[in-house]
Design a protein around this ligand. Structure first.
Ligand code: NDP
Ligand code: GUE
Length: 359
Protein backbone atom coordinates (compact mmCIF):
# COMPACT_ATOMS: atom_id res chain seq x y z
CA UNK A 1 0.00 0.00 0.00
CA UNK A 2 1.28 3.44 -0.91
CA UNK A 3 0.43 6.81 0.53
CA UNK A 4 -0.09 9.32 -2.24
CA UNK A 5 -2.05 12.39 -1.30
CA UNK A 6 -1.93 15.32 -3.68
CA UNK A 7 -4.40 17.61 -1.98
CA UNK A 8 -6.64 17.80 1.02
CA UNK A 9 -9.74 18.91 -0.81
CA UNK A 10 -12.99 17.00 -0.94
CA UNK A 11 -14.28 14.12 -3.05
CA UNK A 12 -15.17 14.50 -6.72
CA UNK A 13 -18.39 16.26 -7.64
CA UNK A 14 -20.59 14.48 -10.11
CA UNK A 15 -22.67 16.38 -12.58
CA UNK A 16 -25.75 14.50 -13.69
CA UNK A 17 -25.45 13.50 -17.32
CA UNK A 18 -28.40 14.19 -19.55
CA UNK A 19 -30.43 11.09 -20.31
CA UNK A 20 -30.24 9.54 -23.71
CA UNK A 21 -33.08 10.50 -25.99
CA UNK A 22 -34.45 7.50 -27.85
CA UNK A 23 -35.40 8.04 -31.44
CA UNK A 24 -38.20 6.08 -33.08
CA UNK A 25 -35.85 3.34 -34.26
CA UNK A 26 -34.05 3.24 -30.92
CA UNK A 27 -30.72 3.86 -32.67
CA UNK A 28 -29.23 6.11 -30.00
CA UNK A 29 -30.01 3.61 -27.29
CA UNK A 30 -28.48 0.73 -29.20
CA UNK A 31 -25.37 2.61 -30.20
CA UNK A 32 -25.42 4.55 -26.99
CA UNK A 33 -23.72 7.54 -28.49
CA UNK A 34 -24.16 10.67 -26.44
CA UNK A 35 -24.90 13.30 -29.07
CA UNK A 36 -23.54 16.78 -28.48
CA UNK A 37 -27.13 17.99 -28.77
CA UNK A 38 -28.01 16.20 -25.54
CA UNK A 39 -25.15 17.94 -23.79
CA UNK A 40 -26.03 21.31 -25.16
CA UNK A 41 -29.58 20.93 -23.94
CA UNK A 42 -28.49 19.86 -20.49
CA UNK A 43 -27.67 22.27 -17.72
CA UNK A 44 -24.00 21.35 -17.61
CA UNK A 45 -21.44 23.09 -19.78
CA UNK A 46 -20.71 21.27 -22.99
CA UNK A 47 -17.24 19.99 -23.79
CA UNK A 48 -17.15 22.31 -26.76
CA UNK A 49 -17.76 25.32 -24.55
CA UNK A 50 -15.09 24.17 -22.19
CA UNK A 51 -12.69 23.47 -25.03
CA UNK A 52 -13.21 26.93 -26.48
CA UNK A 53 -12.53 28.45 -23.11
CA UNK A 54 -9.51 26.25 -22.76
CA UNK A 55 -7.90 27.61 -25.89
CA UNK A 56 -8.16 31.02 -24.22
CA UNK A 57 -7.07 30.14 -20.68
CA UNK A 58 -8.73 32.21 -18.02
CA UNK A 59 -6.69 34.10 -15.44
CA UNK A 60 -5.53 31.81 -12.64
CA UNK A 61 -8.00 33.13 -10.07
CA UNK A 62 -10.96 32.39 -12.30
CA UNK A 63 -9.53 29.14 -13.64
CA UNK A 64 -9.20 27.78 -10.13
CA UNK A 65 -12.99 28.06 -9.81
CA UNK A 66 -13.47 25.98 -12.93
CA UNK A 67 -14.41 22.36 -12.61
CA UNK A 68 -14.05 19.74 -15.29
CA UNK A 69 -16.98 17.74 -16.52
CA UNK A 70 -16.95 14.31 -14.97
CA UNK A 71 -16.86 11.48 -17.49
CA UNK A 72 -19.11 9.03 -15.70
CA UNK A 73 -17.88 5.52 -16.54
CA UNK A 74 -20.27 3.90 -14.14
CA UNK A 75 -23.22 5.45 -15.90
CA UNK A 76 -21.99 4.66 -19.42
CA UNK A 77 -21.05 1.11 -18.45
CA UNK A 78 -24.58 0.56 -17.20
CA UNK A 79 -25.95 1.69 -20.57
CA UNK A 80 -23.63 -0.76 -22.31
CA UNK A 81 -24.53 -3.61 -19.97
CA UNK A 82 -28.23 -3.00 -20.62
CA UNK A 83 -27.54 -3.08 -24.34
CA UNK A 84 -25.56 -6.33 -24.03
CA UNK A 85 -28.34 -7.87 -21.91
CA UNK A 86 -30.91 -7.03 -24.59
CA UNK A 87 -28.75 -8.59 -27.31
CA UNK A 88 -28.05 -11.70 -25.23
CA UNK A 89 -31.76 -12.35 -24.78
CA UNK A 90 -32.51 -11.59 -28.44
CA UNK A 91 -29.92 -14.16 -29.48
CA UNK A 92 -31.17 -16.72 -27.00
CA UNK A 93 -34.73 -16.36 -28.28
CA UNK A 94 -33.74 -16.40 -31.94
CA UNK A 95 -31.20 -19.24 -32.05
CA UNK A 96 -31.11 -20.67 -28.52
CA UNK A 97 -27.47 -19.71 -27.95
CA UNK A 98 -26.26 -18.15 -24.69
CA UNK A 99 -22.78 -16.54 -24.75
CA UNK A 100 -20.28 -18.06 -22.32
CA UNK A 101 -17.17 -16.59 -20.68
CA UNK A 102 -14.50 -18.77 -19.04
CA UNK A 103 -12.19 -17.20 -16.47
CA UNK A 104 -8.94 -18.85 -15.43
CA UNK A 105 -7.58 -17.75 -12.06
CA UNK A 106 -4.26 -19.03 -10.75
CA UNK A 107 -3.13 -18.36 -7.19
CA UNK A 108 -4.52 -16.62 -4.16
CA UNK A 109 -4.17 -12.89 -4.83
CA UNK A 110 -7.07 -11.19 -3.09
CA UNK A 111 -7.44 -8.44 -5.68
CA UNK A 112 -7.53 -10.98 -8.53
CA UNK A 113 -10.16 -13.05 -6.69
CA UNK A 114 -12.27 -9.89 -6.27
CA UNK A 115 -11.96 -8.96 -9.95
CA UNK A 116 -12.96 -12.49 -10.99
CA UNK A 117 -15.94 -12.42 -8.63
CA UNK A 118 -17.03 -9.08 -10.09
CA UNK A 119 -16.69 -10.40 -13.63
CA UNK A 120 -18.86 -13.40 -12.78
CA UNK A 121 -21.50 -11.14 -11.24
CA UNK A 122 -21.42 -8.89 -14.29
CA UNK A 123 -21.91 -11.93 -16.57
CA UNK A 124 -24.91 -13.05 -14.52
CA UNK A 125 -26.44 -9.59 -14.63
CA UNK A 126 -26.56 -9.63 -18.47
CA UNK A 127 -27.40 -13.31 -18.92
CA UNK A 128 -23.94 -14.49 -20.07
CA UNK A 129 -22.93 -17.92 -18.73
CA UNK A 130 -19.71 -17.89 -16.75
CA UNK A 131 -17.28 -20.74 -16.13
CA UNK A 132 -14.42 -20.51 -13.70
CA UNK A 133 -11.30 -22.52 -13.06
CA UNK A 134 -9.34 -21.69 -9.94
CA UNK A 135 -5.93 -23.35 -9.78
CA UNK A 136 -3.45 -23.29 -6.90
CA UNK A 137 -0.47 -20.91 -6.91
CA UNK A 138 2.02 -23.74 -7.45
CA UNK A 139 0.26 -25.23 -10.49
CA UNK A 140 2.36 -26.19 -13.48
CA UNK A 141 2.13 -24.13 -16.62
CA UNK A 142 0.96 -27.24 -18.55
CA UNK A 143 -2.02 -27.60 -16.24
CA UNK A 144 -3.15 -24.07 -16.97
CA UNK A 145 -2.67 -24.67 -20.70
CA UNK A 146 -4.67 -27.90 -20.42
CA UNK A 147 -7.68 -26.01 -19.06
CA UNK A 148 -7.32 -23.32 -21.70
CA UNK A 149 -7.27 -26.01 -24.42
CA UNK A 150 -10.44 -27.53 -22.93
CA UNK A 151 -12.17 -24.14 -23.15
CA UNK A 152 -10.83 -23.63 -26.69
CA UNK A 153 -12.63 -26.84 -27.70
CA UNK A 154 -15.84 -26.18 -25.76
CA UNK A 155 -18.54 -24.71 -28.03
CA UNK A 156 -20.45 -23.26 -25.04
CA UNK A 157 -17.44 -21.04 -24.26
CA UNK A 158 -17.10 -17.96 -26.51
CA UNK A 159 -14.55 -16.04 -24.50
CA UNK A 160 -11.54 -17.01 -22.36
CA UNK A 161 -9.88 -14.68 -19.88
CA UNK A 162 -6.72 -15.61 -17.99
CA UNK A 163 -6.60 -13.31 -14.97
CA UNK A 164 -3.30 -11.40 -14.73
CA UNK A 165 -0.84 -11.28 -13.15
CA UNK A 166 0.04 -14.97 -13.22
CA UNK A 167 2.36 -16.44 -10.58
CA UNK A 168 5.95 -15.46 -11.31
CA UNK A 169 7.11 -19.00 -12.18
CA UNK A 170 4.77 -19.07 -15.16
CA UNK A 171 5.50 -17.84 -18.63
CA UNK A 172 2.71 -15.36 -19.31
CA UNK A 173 3.49 -15.31 -23.01
CA UNK A 174 3.09 -19.02 -23.63
CA UNK A 175 -0.09 -19.15 -21.55
CA UNK A 176 -1.72 -16.22 -23.36
CA UNK A 177 -0.63 -17.69 -26.71
CA UNK A 178 -2.61 -20.83 -25.84
CA UNK A 179 -5.91 -18.92 -25.94
CA UNK A 180 -7.61 -19.42 -29.28
CA UNK A 181 -7.60 -16.10 -31.16
CA UNK A 182 -11.35 -16.55 -31.80
CA UNK A 183 -11.98 -16.62 -28.03
CA UNK A 184 -9.40 -14.01 -26.98
CA UNK A 185 -11.92 -11.55 -25.47
CA UNK A 186 -9.12 -9.79 -23.57
CA UNK A 187 -7.48 -9.02 -26.94
CA UNK A 188 -4.02 -9.94 -25.59
CA UNK A 189 -3.08 -12.54 -28.22
CA UNK A 190 -0.13 -11.29 -30.31
CA UNK A 191 -2.12 -11.82 -33.49
CA UNK A 192 -4.90 -9.53 -32.24
CA UNK A 193 -2.38 -6.93 -31.02
CA UNK A 194 -0.45 -7.20 -34.30
CA UNK A 195 -3.59 -6.56 -36.32
CA UNK A 196 -4.43 -3.62 -34.05
CA UNK A 197 -1.06 -2.11 -34.93
CA UNK A 198 -1.39 -2.56 -38.69
CA UNK A 199 -3.24 -0.30 -41.07
CA UNK A 200 -5.99 -2.05 -42.96
CA UNK A 201 -6.11 -5.00 -40.58
CA UNK A 202 -8.85 -5.65 -38.06
CA UNK A 203 -8.29 -7.47 -34.78
CA UNK A 204 -11.00 -9.91 -33.72
CA UNK A 205 -10.93 -8.31 -30.26
CA UNK A 206 -9.57 -5.07 -28.84
CA UNK A 207 -8.23 -5.09 -25.23
CA UNK A 208 -11.03 -4.13 -22.86
CA UNK A 209 -9.49 -1.28 -20.84
CA UNK A 210 -8.16 0.74 -23.80
CA UNK A 211 -11.39 0.05 -25.68
CA UNK A 212 -13.33 1.36 -22.68
CA UNK A 213 -11.22 4.55 -22.68
CA UNK A 214 -11.96 5.25 -26.35
CA UNK A 215 -15.61 4.33 -25.90
CA UNK A 216 -15.91 6.98 -23.17
CA UNK A 217 -14.43 9.63 -25.47
CA UNK A 218 -16.81 8.63 -28.27
CA UNK A 219 -19.88 8.57 -26.11
CA UNK A 220 -19.10 11.98 -24.68
CA UNK A 221 -18.70 13.40 -28.18
CA UNK A 222 -15.02 14.20 -27.62
CA UNK A 223 -13.27 14.20 -30.96
CA UNK A 224 -9.93 12.44 -31.26
CA UNK A 225 -9.00 13.03 -34.90
CA UNK A 226 -6.03 15.35 -35.28
CA UNK A 227 -5.68 15.83 -31.52
CA UNK A 228 -2.41 15.48 -29.61
CA UNK A 229 -2.68 12.58 -27.23
CA UNK A 230 -0.25 11.44 -24.57
CA UNK A 231 -0.41 7.95 -23.13
CA UNK A 232 1.48 7.58 -19.86
CA UNK A 233 2.50 3.93 -19.50
CA UNK A 234 3.30 1.36 -22.20
CA UNK A 235 2.17 -1.95 -20.73
CA UNK A 236 0.95 -4.70 -23.04
CA UNK A 237 -2.51 -4.63 -21.49
CA UNK A 238 -3.23 -0.90 -21.26
CA UNK A 239 -0.72 1.74 -22.39
CA UNK A 240 0.54 0.18 -25.62
CA UNK A 241 -2.88 -0.86 -27.02
CA UNK A 242 -4.35 2.49 -25.89
CA UNK A 243 -1.72 4.30 -27.97
CA UNK A 244 -2.44 2.03 -30.96
CA UNK A 245 -6.16 2.68 -30.68
CA UNK A 246 -5.71 6.45 -30.43
CA UNK A 247 -3.50 6.29 -33.51
CA UNK A 248 -6.18 4.37 -35.39
CA UNK A 249 -8.52 7.21 -34.42
CA UNK A 250 -6.11 9.67 -36.12
CA UNK A 251 -4.64 11.28 -33.03
CA UNK A 252 -0.94 12.16 -32.89
CA UNK A 253 0.55 10.17 -30.07
CA UNK A 254 3.38 10.48 -27.58
CA UNK A 255 4.08 7.66 -25.15
CA UNK A 256 5.59 8.46 -21.76
CA UNK A 257 7.23 5.69 -19.72
CA UNK A 258 9.59 5.24 -16.79
CA UNK A 259 12.65 6.24 -18.84
CA UNK A 260 11.07 9.39 -20.29
CA UNK A 261 13.09 12.40 -19.24
CA UNK A 262 10.59 15.25 -19.57
CA UNK A 263 7.29 13.55 -18.81
CA UNK A 264 5.68 16.69 -17.44
CA UNK A 265 6.54 18.80 -20.47
CA UNK A 266 5.36 16.16 -22.95
CA UNK A 267 2.15 15.61 -21.03
CA UNK A 268 1.41 19.35 -21.04
CA UNK A 269 1.24 19.28 -24.84
CA UNK A 270 -1.68 16.88 -24.87
CA UNK A 271 -5.30 17.56 -25.71
CA UNK A 272 -6.09 14.06 -24.48
CA UNK A 273 -4.22 12.28 -21.68
CA UNK A 274 -4.57 8.58 -20.92
CA UNK A 275 -2.72 7.79 -17.70
CA UNK A 276 -1.98 4.11 -17.02
CA UNK A 277 1.05 4.09 -14.75
CA UNK A 278 0.14 2.61 -11.39
CA UNK A 279 1.58 5.61 -9.49
CA UNK A 280 -0.96 7.34 -7.24
CA UNK A 281 -1.56 11.00 -8.12
CA UNK A 282 1.54 11.20 -10.32
CA UNK A 283 0.05 13.59 -12.86
CA UNK A 284 -0.34 16.94 -11.15
CA UNK A 285 -2.41 19.94 -12.19
CA UNK A 286 0.72 21.66 -13.54
CA UNK A 287 1.22 18.79 -16.05
CA UNK A 288 -2.08 19.49 -17.75
CA UNK A 289 -2.82 21.84 -20.61
CA UNK A 290 -5.91 23.90 -19.75
CA UNK A 291 -8.93 22.27 -21.36
CA UNK A 292 -7.34 18.85 -21.85
CA UNK A 293 -9.43 15.72 -21.48
CA UNK A 294 -8.16 13.20 -18.95
CA UNK A 295 -8.79 9.47 -18.88
CA UNK A 296 -7.35 8.09 -15.66
CA UNK A 297 -6.86 4.33 -15.81
CA UNK A 298 -4.87 3.99 -12.59
CA UNK A 299 -6.35 2.04 -9.71
CA UNK A 300 -4.11 2.57 -6.70
CA UNK A 301 -4.95 1.70 -3.11
CA UNK A 302 -3.79 4.35 -0.65
CA UNK A 303 -4.14 4.31 3.12
CA UNK A 304 -7.30 5.92 4.39
CA UNK A 305 -8.13 5.61 8.05
CA UNK A 306 -11.62 7.03 7.40
CA UNK A 307 -12.54 4.11 5.14
CA UNK A 308 -13.81 0.86 6.67
CA UNK A 309 -11.42 -1.04 4.36
CA UNK A 310 -8.50 1.02 5.66
CA UNK A 311 -7.71 2.22 2.16
CA UNK A 312 -9.27 4.08 -0.74
CA UNK A 313 -8.64 3.87 -4.47
CA UNK A 314 -7.04 6.79 -6.27
CA UNK A 315 -5.98 7.22 -9.87
CA UNK A 316 -2.67 8.12 -11.48
CA UNK A 317 -3.89 11.70 -11.80
CA UNK A 318 -4.27 14.10 -8.89
CA UNK A 319 -8.00 14.58 -9.33
CA UNK A 320 -8.43 17.63 -7.13
CA UNK A 321 -5.83 19.59 -9.06
CA UNK A 322 -6.65 18.17 -12.49
CA UNK A 323 -10.36 18.97 -12.36
CA UNK A 324 -9.52 22.66 -12.06
CA UNK A 325 -7.51 22.63 -15.29
CA UNK A 326 -9.02 19.93 -17.50
CA UNK A 327 -12.28 20.25 -19.43
CA UNK A 328 -13.32 16.66 -18.69
CA UNK A 329 -11.98 13.89 -16.49
CA UNK A 330 -12.78 10.33 -15.41
CA UNK A 331 -13.00 9.73 -11.65
CA UNK A 332 -11.45 6.81 -9.78
CA UNK A 333 -13.39 4.77 -8.88
CA UNK A 334 -16.31 5.03 -11.28
CA UNK A 335 -14.39 5.87 -14.45
CA UNK A 336 -12.49 3.40 -16.61
CA UNK A 337 -12.82 0.39 -14.25
CA UNK A 338 -16.52 -0.30 -14.85
CA UNK A 339 -15.95 0.25 -18.58
CA UNK A 340 -13.35 -2.54 -18.64
CA UNK A 341 -15.96 -5.00 -17.40
CA UNK A 342 -18.60 -3.69 -19.80
CA UNK A 343 -16.19 -4.13 -22.74
CA UNK A 344 -15.44 -7.68 -21.64
CA UNK A 345 -19.15 -8.51 -21.74
CA UNK A 346 -19.48 -6.80 -25.09
CA UNK A 347 -16.49 -8.70 -26.53
CA UNK A 348 -17.97 -12.00 -25.30
CA UNK A 349 -21.28 -11.21 -26.97
CA UNK A 350 -19.47 -10.26 -30.20
CA UNK A 351 -17.60 -13.54 -30.12
CA UNK A 352 -20.77 -15.62 -29.73
CA UNK A 353 -22.48 -13.65 -32.49
CA UNK A 354 -19.52 -14.12 -34.81
CA UNK A 355 -19.23 -17.86 -34.36
CA UNK A 356 -22.99 -18.34 -34.87
CA UNK A 357 -23.17 -15.80 -37.66
CA UNK A 358 -25.90 -13.96 -35.78
CA UNK A 359 -26.40 -10.32 -36.78
N1 NDP B 1 -9.23 0.61 -14.77
C1 NDP B 1 -8.93 -0.59 -15.23
O1 NDP B 1 -9.77 -1.28 -15.74
C2 NDP B 1 -7.53 -1.07 -15.14
C3 NDP B 1 -6.66 -0.38 -14.35
N2 NDP B 1 -5.36 -0.75 -14.30
C4 NDP B 1 -4.50 0.10 -13.49
O2 NDP B 1 -3.72 0.92 -14.38
C5 NDP B 1 -2.43 1.14 -13.86
C6 NDP B 1 -1.39 0.65 -14.86
O3 NDP B 1 -1.58 -0.73 -15.05
P1 NDP B 1 -0.59 -1.58 -15.99
O4 NDP B 1 -0.50 -0.95 -17.31
O5 NDP B 1 -1.04 -2.97 -15.88
O6 NDP B 1 0.77 -1.37 -15.17
P2 NDP B 1 2.28 -1.84 -15.49
O7 NDP B 1 2.98 -1.79 -14.19
O8 NDP B 1 2.29 -3.07 -16.29
O9 NDP B 1 2.83 -0.66 -16.42
C7 NDP B 1 3.07 0.61 -15.91
C8 NDP B 1 3.63 1.48 -17.00
O10 NDP B 1 3.86 2.76 -16.43
C9 NDP B 1 5.21 3.15 -16.64
N3 NDP B 1 5.70 3.87 -15.47
C10 NDP B 1 5.86 3.42 -14.21
N4 NDP B 1 6.30 4.39 -13.41
C11 NDP B 1 6.43 5.49 -14.18
C12 NDP B 1 6.84 6.82 -13.93
N5 NDP B 1 7.23 7.23 -12.73
N6 NDP B 1 6.84 7.69 -14.96
C13 NDP B 1 6.44 7.32 -16.18
N7 NDP B 1 6.03 6.07 -16.48
C14 NDP B 1 6.02 5.18 -15.48
C15 NDP B 1 5.99 1.87 -16.85
O11 NDP B 1 7.12 2.17 -17.64
P3 NDP B 1 8.17 1.05 -18.16
O12 NDP B 1 7.49 0.39 -19.31
O13 NDP B 1 9.34 1.84 -18.57
O14 NDP B 1 8.39 0.13 -17.00
C16 NDP B 1 4.96 1.00 -17.56
O15 NDP B 1 4.99 1.19 -18.94
C17 NDP B 1 -2.41 0.42 -12.51
O16 NDP B 1 -2.80 1.34 -11.52
C18 NDP B 1 -3.48 -0.64 -12.65
O17 NDP B 1 -4.05 -1.02 -11.43
C19 NDP B 1 -4.88 -1.80 -15.04
C20 NDP B 1 -5.71 -2.54 -15.83
C21 NDP B 1 -7.13 -2.24 -15.91
N1 GUE C 1 -6.70 -10.84 -18.01
C1 GUE C 1 -6.93 -9.70 -17.36
N2 GUE C 1 -7.78 -8.80 -17.91
C2 GUE C 1 -8.05 -7.62 -17.26
O1 GUE C 1 -8.83 -6.78 -17.76
C3 GUE C 1 -7.43 -7.37 -15.99
C4 GUE C 1 -6.55 -8.34 -15.48
N3 GUE C 1 -6.31 -9.49 -16.19
N4 GUE C 1 -5.93 -8.16 -14.31
C5 GUE C 1 -6.22 -7.00 -13.46
C6 GUE C 1 -6.63 -5.81 -14.28
C7 GUE C 1 -7.39 -4.76 -13.48
N5 GUE C 1 -8.71 -4.71 -14.05
C8 GUE C 1 -9.79 -3.98 -13.52
C9 GUE C 1 -11.09 -4.21 -13.89
C10 GUE C 1 -12.14 -3.52 -13.30
C11 GUE C 1 -11.91 -2.59 -12.32
C12 GUE C 1 -13.06 -1.90 -11.65
O2 GUE C 1 -14.21 -2.20 -11.93
N6 GUE C 1 -12.80 -0.96 -10.74
C13 GUE C 1 -13.81 -0.21 -9.99
C14 GUE C 1 -13.51 -0.21 -8.50
C15 GUE C 1 -13.58 -1.53 -7.84
C16 GUE C 1 -13.34 -1.45 -6.33
O3 GUE C 1 -13.97 -0.61 -5.67
O4 GUE C 1 -12.52 -2.24 -5.86
C17 GUE C 1 -13.82 1.24 -10.44
O5 GUE C 1 -12.77 1.70 -10.92
O6 GUE C 1 -14.83 1.90 -10.25
C18 GUE C 1 -10.62 -2.34 -11.94
C19 GUE C 1 -9.55 -3.02 -12.54
C20 GUE C 1 -8.80 -5.60 -15.06
N7 GUE C 1 -7.65 -6.22 -15.27
Amino acid sequence: MVIGECSTSTAPRFFPMSRLRKDAAGILVRRLSLPRRSWASSKVQSFRTLAVRASNPLPAAVASEASAKVIDGKYVSKLIRDEVAAEVSRMKEAIGVVPGLAVVLVGERKDSATYVRNKKKACESVGINSFEVHLPEDSKEEEVVKFISGFNDDPSVHGILVQLPLPSHMNEQSILNAVSIEKDVDGFHPLNIGRLAMRGREPLFVPCTPKGCIELLHRYGISIKGKRAVVIGRSNIVGMPAALLLQREDATISIVHSRTQNAEEITREADIIIAAVGQPNMVRGSWIKPGAVIIDVGINPVEDSKSSRGYKLVGDVCYEEACKVASAITPVPGGVGPMTIAMLLSNTLTSAKRVHNFQ
